[in-house]
Design a binder for this molecule. Structure first.
Ligand SMILES: Cc1cc2nc3c(=O)[nH]c(=O)nc-3n(C[C@H](O)[C@H](O)[C@H](O)COP(=O)(O)OP(=O)(O)OC[C@H]3O[C@@H](n4cnc5c(N)ncnc54)[C@H](O)[C@@H]3O)c2cc1C
Length: 407
């Protein structure tokens, strides 16, 4: 006999886990399936620092997770943007907008731990860790998912299937949804380092022809260094001794922040654009990286994904309250329509940054310098972009405004 739920979320990564918790809090019976083990089983797996925008903060607060995250969050007050080998730079400051912070840096492991604890402790929610989807069958009224496991395969049944299973989404492939793909031929090597004379609450992003190098503050001297390189050269950098790697980083950063030291584990992330050409299939909807995997140059992927989460929660809220059919096509299409604009703008922005800065031709370089100078000289332009990147222009449904996601 299949186990019965209102919805099955395949992929309990950062987006899927947040969505599963949110929908369960609205009263829907949710199964959350992930191939991974709970984060506590592999601490230090993800050494990234994630820049959380205001829109993400609002959702995490409504899920009562913000106070748990807060002790390890670093408010971001300044962002310095420059381009290697070209004049012109720009500093974005929270104070310009009359704000305390432009966003917050959260250690990725801490966010996943916090979400995993919520997956384990939220009523109406059943997590299935260490389980992959083996088979999907859809009928007019339901969707059935068979999980791959060593023993008796578990079969789950629900009205709605949510694909939150990342960029290579097996659910998306099952339904034959095509994607727009672009391999940037870049790999982000992420590691934590100490900077002797760190500027407090300041992130830096320097665009180079190989891709951007970014420093994100984790508090005190500790920083996340995201170094983007051409994929062909990534292996050698990962294999370099810590001393050689730090020397190389020091040469690139210069001595402005003093000596770089205490290199942590290095992790490689190949970078690509992978955008689904449709967000829905029968009784199925796509969110997060399964819908849009984008270049991390503007720190927008998770923020975009959590705006998907808010939009889908909003679309399903009434149905949860009234016991309606969570998987009906009209509801899913309505969700998809609300996401088109944000997806296109956010993915388009990071893609044009990735491609514009990858061209190392002199005239393109001058245009980039000019653009940075113009950006500095025109505050309304700068402020409009800052507000959008902060998620300050995102629609805020009533339940989110009130700061609480409950049935
Ligand atoms: C270097 C780097 C830095 C970044 N920095 C930022 C940042 O500062 N701010 C920001 O907003 N975004 C950032 N991002 C983007 C962000 O990491 C992603 O947008 C976000 O992780 C998307 O979450 P997701 O849950 O949709 O996908 P994922 O995190 O990929 O999760 C997918 C989940 O699905 C599971 N899964 C996959 N297939 C199956 C299957 N068949 N069955 C069961 N489970 C399955 C996986 O185990 C995984 O847990 C960054 C990305 C990179 C690469």
């Amino acid at each position: 006999m299949p186990r019965d739920f209102d919805c099955i979320v395949v992929g309990a990564g950062l987006a899927g886990a947040a969505l599963a918790v949110g929908l369960a809090r609205f009263g829907l019976r949710v199964a959350a399936v992930d191939a991974r083990e709970p984060a506590a089983a592999s601490p230090g797996r993800d050494v990234r620092g994630l820049a959380l925008a205001l829109s993400s903060q609002r959702l995490l607060r409504a899920l009562d997770l913000w106070p748990v995250l807060e002790p390890r969050l670093t408010p971001l007050r300044h962002i310095e943007v420059s381009a290697m080998g070209h004049f012109g730079s720009s500093t974005l400051s929270a104070a310009e907008l009359g704000l305390e912070a432009l966003g917050h840096i959260c250690p990725a492991d801490h966010l996943l731990h916090t979400l995993d604890a919520a997956l384990a402790n939220t009523p109406n929610l059943t997590p299935f860790f260490g389980q992959r989807v083996a088979q999907i069958e859809t009928t007019a009224a339901r969707v059935e998912v068979t999980l791959q496991s060593a023993g008796e395969p578990a079969v789950l049944s629900a009205r709605l299937l949510i694909a939150a299973d990342g960029s290579t989404s097996a659910v998306r492939q099952h339904f034959g949804i095509e994607a727009q793909l672009r391999d940037y031929q870049q790999t982000a090597i992420v590691a934590n380092i100490d900077l002797e004379n760190a500027a407090a609450h300041t992130a830096c992003e320097r665009f180079t022809a190989e891709g951007p190098t970014a420093l994100l503050p984790l508090g005190g001297k500790r920083h996340v260094l995201v170094r983007t390189v051409r994929t062909a050269g990534a292996e050698a950098l990962l294999a370099a001794s810590p001393a050689d790697y730090l020397n190389d980083v020091q040469q690139r950063l210069g001595w402005r922040w003093g000596r770089c030291a205490n290199l942590g584990e290095r992790r490689a992330h190949p970078l690509m654009l992978n955008r689904a050409k449709a967000l829905t299939a029968p009784r199925t909807v796509l969110v997060g990286n399964a819908a849009n995997t984008i270049h991390p140059n503007a720190a927008q992927g998770l923020n975009l994904a959590l705006r998907d989460v808010v939009a889908l929660m909003d679309a399903l809220k009434d149905c949860a309250a009234e016991g309606g059919d969570a998987g009906q096509a009209a509801t899913l299409e309505a969700y998809a329509r609300t996401r088109v604009d944000d997806h296109a703008r956010t993915a388009g922005f990071s893609d044009s940054l990735a491609r514009g800065f990858a061209l190392d031709w002199p005239l393109v370089g001058m245009a980039r310098s000019g653009a940075l100078l113009a950006f500095n000289a025109v505050p309304p332009l700068r402020h409009a972009l800052m507000r959008r990147l902060m998620g300050a222009t995102a629609r805020v449904p009533e339940w989110l405004r009130s700061g609480s996601a409950h049935a």
